[in-house]
Design a binder for this molecule. Structure first.
Ligand code: C5P
Length: 222
């Protein structure tokens, strides 16, 4: 069997990582969370005291920045060098500056190259914002996952609550909309549906339904 490249893009909190993980598991493929890579760069920049829009300083930092994923029973762990950053990169202060970091040309260039290397041999499900358009323009299957802002905020709210984090639903909605706007309007590789991507609206669907839908698309196209 040929090992496929599967690209899953879409706005913040549309369920990309949850669904991509499950699809990868069903296919026996590797899952790559490119958002975690941008978040890891954001974490490292904060630690080094580098401003989120300092393209040159970020370029320099990235030369020696090792970002890695390690499988674990409770999901993937994310590392920057030897430091485990799995939970740290999910904090609100990271979410607030990641879109500025991700708009820097040097950062996009460096991470795009790394992502292309990870996906080179296929057998991969990669999720992000520009996978189908820029990172893997020849991906075998491209999915564009969307859901209403209200539904995405509500999912994030429930997720936070389960983790014991109190959040304001209206504020979550505003933060998600703001990040979508920044990601969609940036100059380099903005969030946009690839012409050959298939749109899947998850607003009214359960996780299992979304996974089934994507598996069906893969079986048809693959
Ligand atoms: O997917 P996640 O919400 O963790 O991504 C965090 C941020 O990283 C996004 O809001 C976006 O600014 C950036 N990102 C990106 N390109 C990708 C993946 C993520 O610009 N391929």
């Amino acid at each position: 069997d040929d090992l496929l490249q599967i690209a899953i893009d879409g706005p913040a909190s549309a369920g990309k990582s949850t669904v991509a993980k499950l699809v990868a598991h069903q296919l026996g493929y590797v899952y790559c969370d490119t958002g975690a890579m941008y978040r890891a760069v954001t974490w490292a920049a904060r630690k080094e005291g580098i401003k989120a829009d300092d393209n040159a300083a970020l370029e320099k930092m990235l030369k020696n920045l090792e970002i890695s994923f390690k499988p674990a029973v409770d999901g993937q762990r994310v590392y920057v060098g030897h430091a485990e950053v799995t939970t740290a990169i999910r904090l609100p202060e990271i979410a607030r500056s990641v879109s500025t970091i991700a708009a820097q040309v040097s950062v996009r260039k460096a991470l795009t190259k790394r992502q292309q290397e990870i996906a080179a041999n296929g057998g991969i499900v990669m999720d992000g914002r520009d996978i189908g358009t820029t990172v893997l323009p020849n991906a075998n299957v491209k999915i564009f996952l969307v859901a209403s802002v209200k539904e995405r905020a509500l999912r994030r709210y429930k997720e936070n609550k389960a983790k014991g984090i109190v959040a304001d639903l209206k504020q979550l909605e505003q933060e998600i909309a703001k990040r979508d706007y920044k990601d969609s309007t940036r100059a380099v590789s903005p969030l946009v549906q690839a012409v050959d991507a298939i749109k899947v609206d998850t607003t009214q669907l359960s996780i299992d339904e979304v996974v089934a839908k994507i598996m069906e698309i893969i079986q048809k196209k693959g």
